[in-house]
Design a protein around this ligand. Structure first.
Ligand code: LMR
Length: 413
């Protein structure tokens, strides 16, 4: 019998009634969605400074040697792919716990910090948002501005969003006084999202002394800190960049910390992240753990294994972790060098303006101050991609594209 042509007539297409036609089209995600347009752009000169991904001078996202070595050890061992427990790989949590809180505090707090492997930093944020909404608060306070997806995640969790002052758009610096005044007005038990280092998108962090003042204010006003730590090692170093989290944790404050291994292990696609909830008793930590495990079980059951075991293996091995730290230092150094070179090149091309605020920033990003019209011109006329808020990924700059990028920016400024 030959093939039959089956004419499919949807039985529900009666009159104008359909099940799906009422669904409206949403715009693409402001950062990740833009990558489709970048890929489709055939202009050979295009430069992508939109997404927070570290690139080498050859514009490659590196596969770190430490990762390669860990993977080949794993391959040689021929590990199976059994399910992980709901809360993930225990050794990953143990090793990340030491990295985030410092070995001494992690050991001292045994049993009182509930730790969970999560599907990237974003997955950890989502778990936190669901947990907060169910048990702690229906509202969350985020910095103005913040990473665009913070809003998206917390809105999906049903949390009410409030901005606290953070950035002075005129001076391009942290507006510390306004932020502290904002915190002073918050009711007790308000949940406040803090970027632990390398603030995304502004690149402006509090100083260690300012963090101490923030901590004291949080203790005095009984606010709940919720740290997002996605760039540990990208500003000054692993310990230095964990300073804020450790300062609060060592004061015994109940808090949440979400962690991403995307940038510092260059493991973007492996989605390795974690959530830590610091409680004041073992019973509280156990109860919290039972609640978050139910969230995980009903969202994705248990997390993926491969990336988690790479990170755990690196951190457990003195040889691999030394190799990783050296590679992370290289990424940090190159990013910081490009930050400086970018500010210098802009100062030459736009002498009327002062770009010191770029030099003194932290991490991958600087907030260029370009308007969305200027960003659209950069994309249309120069194939230079930035998100609409004008944030710029310095880790995508190289000595080869620096002149092109700064000339383009000067031409629309
Ligand atoms: C960014 O801020 O560009 C990264 O964290 C990637 C993302 O998911 O938005």
């Amino acid at each position: 019998m030959g093939e039959r042509l089956i004419k499919f007539t949807p039985i529900f297409r009666m009159g104008s009634m359909t099940f799906f036609d009422h669904i409206p089209l949403l715009p693409p995600d402001s950062i990740v969605g833009l990558q489709v347009a970048v890929k489709a752009d055939k202009r050979p000169s295009k430069v992508n400074l939109s997404i927070g991904v570290y690139q080498t001078e050859a514009l490659k996202t590196p596969l770190l040697d430490a990762v390669r070595h860990a993977e080949s050890e794993m391959l040689a061992e021929g590990r199976n792919r059994e399910y992980l427990p709901i809360d993930g790989d225990k050794s990953l949590i143990e090793e990340l716990g030491k990295l985030v809180f410092g070995e001494r505090h992690w050991k001292k707090s045994e049993g009182t910090i509930a730790g969970f492997q999560a599907v990237g930093g974003t997955g950890a944020l989502r778990l936190s948002g669901e947990f907060l909404k169910a048990h702690i608060s229906g509202e969350i306070h985020i910095s103005d501005p913040t990473w665009a997806n913070h809003r998206g995640v917390f809105i999906r969790c049903g949390l009410g969003l409030h901005n606290y002052p953070y950035y002075d758009f005129a001076t391009h610096e942290l507006n510390f006084d306004a932020m502290m005044e904002g915190f002073k007005k918050l009711p007790e038990k308000s949940v406040v999202l803090l970027h632990a280092c390398c603030h995304n998108p502004t690149g402006k962090d509090p100083t260690p002394d300012q963090w101490r003042q923030i901590r004291d204010l949080f203790v005095g006003r009984k606010l709940i800190p919720f740290f997002d730590l996605a760039y540990q090692g990208f500003h000054r170093g692993l310990d230095e960049d964990a300073h804020a989290v450790r300062l609060f944790a060592e004061a015994g404050i109940e808090m949440l910390v979400v962690y991403s291994c995307a940038k510092n292990f260059s493991l973007y696609a492996e989605r390795v992240g974690a959530l830590f909830v610091c409680a004041q008793s073992e019973t509280a930590a156990r109860n919290i753990s039972s609640q978050i495990k139910i969230l995980i079980r009903t969202l994705y059951s248990n997390p993926p294994i491969h990336g988690a075991q790479i990170v755990a293996r690196i951190l457990k091995s003195p040889i691999l972790s030394k190799e990783w730290e050296a590679e992370l230092m290289q990424m940090r150094k190159r990013t910081n060098q490009m930050r400086k070179a970018f500010a210098e090149a802009l100062s030459t091309k736009i002498p009327a303006r002062d770009f010191d605020y770029i030099t003194s920033g932290a991490g991958m990003f600087c907030y260029s101050g370009l308007s969305s019209d200027q960003v659209n011109r950069l994309i249309a006329e120069h194939a230079l991609y930035l998100p609409q808020d004008g944030r710029l990924n310095l880790a995508g700059l190289t000595p080869n594209n620096l002149d092109f990028v700064t000339t383009a920016i000067a031409s629309v400024s």
